[in-house]
Design a protein around this ligand. Structure first.
Ligand code: ADP
Ligand code: 5GP
Length: 217
């Protein structure tokens, strides 16, 4: 059974990383086996970021070579830096039945939904412009220029909300976390994901009824 590919996008600062981390580290049995796809990027690591865990940090030459060799499922120029999801980070895991989360921007989401339409997708939005500005400022990693750029680009992400299957407003963190968990659990309960388990139940019923029949009940 193939795993599900779940795209999660958000305007920068809306809380996507926080929510995904909570879903992944929560040791929630319902979310067991969920994998995070580690992207490649040409941007420099921020303090605390670890190569191979947060991103694969590569120079532009390496990235461009991977593009030429068709190694990416999707890639895009995001705020002036190249970012991409390698096929290797995703396809083998889906093949093994694992669910994989992609934290990618709207350009990447459009590419994945085009080439892999069975992907599920969630857009996380901030409750307001002022709140997004406050969160990005408080995070404290952007210059004034970068902040203005992120805020201006946020509108184009919000305007493309119709591309996504699920949309959630990250107002209250606990509620948003619950909503993401609910979406993940719902995806795992789609009928086509349950065929093997349903087959077992069916077999059990058929066996029991034929035993009952032959026993003359
Ligand atoms: P993104 O990954 O979308 O860029 P982050 O997860 O880094 O965003 O969150 C940006 C900032 O907003 C962080 O400082 C985070 O702690 C804070 N934050 C996230 N969700 C909420 C929320 N619901 N309420 C208040 N602050 C939040
Ligand atoms: P950051 O630089 O803050 O880590 O990420 C900024 C943006 O880059 C976020 O919107 C995130 O979703 C996006 N991003 C991260 N990895 C990828 C990727 O592999 N592909 C695409 N298209 N976007 C990505």
């Amino acid at each position: 059974m193939t795993g599900t590919l779940l795209i999660v996008s958000a305007p920068s600062g809306a809380g996507k990383t926080t929510l995904i981390q909570r879903a992944l580290v929560g040791r929630d049995p319902e979310l067991e086996g969920l994998l995070f796809s580690v992207s490649h990027t040409t941007r420099d690591p921020r303090p605390g970021e670890v190569d191979g865990r947060d991103y694969h940090f590569v120079d532009e030459g390496v990235f461009r070579q991977m593009v030429i060799e068709d190694e990416f499922l999707e890639w895009a120029d995001v705020y002036g830096q190249l970012k991409g999801t390698s096929k290797a980070a995703v396809l083998p895991h889906l093949g093994e039945g694992r669910d994989v989360i992609l934290d990618i921007d709207v350009q990447g989401a459009a590419q994945v939904l085009e080439s892999y339409p069975q992907a599920e997708s969630v857009l996380i939005l901030p409750p307001s412009y002022a709140e997004l500005e406050r969160r990005i400022r408080d995070r404290g990693v952007d210059t004034a220029d970068q902040l203005a750029r992120r805020l201006a680009l946020s509108l184009s992400a919000i305007e493309r909300y119709e591309m996504y299957g699920y949309v959630m407003i990250n107002d209250d963190l606990t509620r948003a976390q619950e909503a993401l968990r609910a979406i993940l659990i719902a995806i795992r309960h789609r009928r086509e994901r349950q065929t093997e388990r349903v087959a077992e139940v069916l077999r059990d019923f058929r066996d029991a009824l034929s035993r009952a029949d032959s026993g003359g009940v």
